[in-house]
Design a binder for this molecule. Structure first.
Ligand code: NAP
Length: 478
């Protein structure tokens, strides 16, 4: 890996590394050390990247599906060979605990392998035109053809796997890609793109680093880009959907995922799910558990068990495999969470555990007696907090779960099948999990939220479908 001493990772445009005079410092959130400098790309750079993707469309179409599949499989294999370096890189650029960083690399390998497999399964269907008026004597079939150029824009929190979730399916469907990773954590995605590039024609995959409002905006508004696949905040997603005129758009946005605990729940399972769901990568996860909705009659017992388990979490150096809670991405992010917690207390919530900030570290925090109208649970809080809203039963639990503009994933802990099914049917979210917290995700499942949490689905097969267009062929057989 080239970036252990700094100033090595560059953009990739038309198969060549591209530097710039101005740089962005990539800072390790744990110790504030500069781990690398990446180019501050310009409008010219991103337009060159778009042009190069545009030019490589025909080269990619000439590639057989078999060769595309091999390229993606070989990339997965190379990622596997370098698993440890990638995990360390993710941990250093994001502050993510190393075990979670390893999980991310393993999932990225899986996502690439799934993309490799899916590239062999892209086909249309035959259409019985004679079922329509005037269709007798004609034969018709559809072809699934590439869109052309896909613009991929990704956030800081899963810098490798979320990039692979766009790049893998786009290439599987023979589209060229321009990827803009987050300026805060661009390194693992840049490195992954170099690997993939080595197996494909120049320009099939391009990367540009720089400011979102410049580089991202050029990608979103370029007439040469056919689809935008974006993962990030609701604010940016909203801007993109306004500007991406006449393009396909997939938006994977923020979440405010509820975890419901009913009186008949397996309490140990529910507490374990809460710990995993609320504190994974310091709560900086779109599908983190952001609200706990607990039935009154068991709330005191639940809270007691939750405090006991939360006390066991170890805060520290993300590279230490024993660390559960690392730093947040930067101090500003931690200050935002600190304000949200103190405002909730002013509004009447009870701080039961945690609540303290030290630089960009924020303690795992339990707030009880939170009301559904408080800011702490109305907006997405991207931090390690467990706000508890007490309710009287399933009806109120579902009402509270839906009392948000978000709808990414949701979970319910209950041993009562009727209540479980009511939750599945009535909670407005892309996925509802029974007896498992919302951070659960496999890379082949259809993934994507309702309401302000987004538009469209990822999960390799579903993303590939959205990376193609349908062409119809009609043959006159008379
Ligand atoms: P963000 O601030 O929205 O940034 C995401 C990406 O968009 C970055 O690459 C950013 O560039 C770029 N960007 C910024 N302004 C832009 C513009 N005007 N036009 C085009 N692109 C622009 O999000 P974040 O803080 O990195 O990530 C956290 C958010 O992502 C949370 O809300 C989280 O819930 C959400 N998320 C959702 C999912 C999901 O699958 N639903 C998964 C993970 C995260 P720069 O930052 O480099 O300038």
């Amino acid at each position: 890996m080239s970036n252990q001493g700094g100033n090595y990772m560059q953009m990739l445009i038309n198969g060549k590394s591209k530097d710039s005079d101005e740089k962005i410092e990539v800072i390790n959130p744990f110790n504030q050390e500069i781990i690398d400098n990446v180019p501050l790309g310009s409008s010219e750079d991103v337009n060159n990247a778009i042009d190069s993707a545009y030019m490589s469309k025909s080269k990619l179409r000439d590639f057989s599906s078999r060769k595309i599949s091999e390229a993606l499989y070989n990339s997965a294999r190379d990622l596997e060979k370098n698993m440890e370096q990638f995990a360390r890189l993710i941990s250093m650029e994001t502050g993510k605990p190393i075990n979670a960083a390893f999980d991310e690399v393993k999932r990225s390998i899986d996502t690439l392998k799934l993309s490799s497999e899916e590239s062999k399964r892209i086909y249309g269907e035959s259409i019985p035109l004679d079922a329509g008026i005037g269709g007798k004597g004609f034969m018709a079939f559809t072809l699934k053809i590439p869109l052309g150029v896909v613009g991929a824009i990704t956030p800081f929190n899963y810098p490798l796997n979320l990039a692979v979730h766009k790049v893998g399916p786009a290439l599987a469907a023979k589209n060229a890609v321009v990827l803009k990773p987050s300026a805060m954590a661009p390194l693992s995605a840049l490195k992954m793109a170099e690997i993939i590039d080595s197996y494909l024609p120049d320009g099939a995959i391009n990367t540009v680093t720089g400011r979102g409002d410049i580089i991202g905006d050029e990608i979103v508004t370029s007439e040469k880009v056919d689809k935008i696949s974006f993962t990030g905040s609701v604010e940016t997603g909203r801007l993109i959907s306004q500007k991406a005129v006449m393009k396909k758009v997939t938006l994977e946005l923020g979440g405010n995922d509820p975890l419901i605990v009913l009186k008949d729940a397996d309490m140990e399972k529910a507490v374990e799910g809460t710990i995993r769901g609320s504190y994974l990568y310091t709560g900086q996860v779109c599908i983190a558990v952001k609200r706990l909705i607990v039935e009154n009659s068991i709330a005191d017992d639940f809270v007691e068990m939750l405090i006991k388990e939360t006390k066991k979490l170890r805060i520290g150096d993300p590279l230490n495999p024993k660390t559960d809670i690392g730093p947040m991405i930067n101090e500003n992010a931690a200050i935002v969470v600190e304000r949200i917690v103190s405002n909730a207390v002013v509004e009447g919530a009870e701080l039961l555990y945690g609540g303290a900030r030290n630089g960009n570290f924020f303690e795992p925090t339990i707030l009880d007696h939170v009301r559904s109208d408080m800011k702490a649970v109305q907006d997405e809080t991207f931090g390690p907090i467990s706000p508890i809203i007490r309710v009287d039963g399933i009806d109120e639990a579902i009402k509270v779960a839906n009392d948000t503009k978000y709808g990414l994933q949701a979970s319910i802990f209950t041993e009562n099948i009727h209540n479980a099914l009511r939750a599945v049917q009535n909670i407005e979210a892309g996925s509802v999990m029974v007896n498992k917290q919302s951070t659960f995700r496999t890379d082949n499942m259809p993934f994507g939220g309702f309401k302000m949490s987004g538009m469209g689905k990822e999960g390799v097969k579903y993303a590939v479908e959205d990376m193609t267009r349908t062409k119809l062929a009609i043959l006159n057989t008379r």
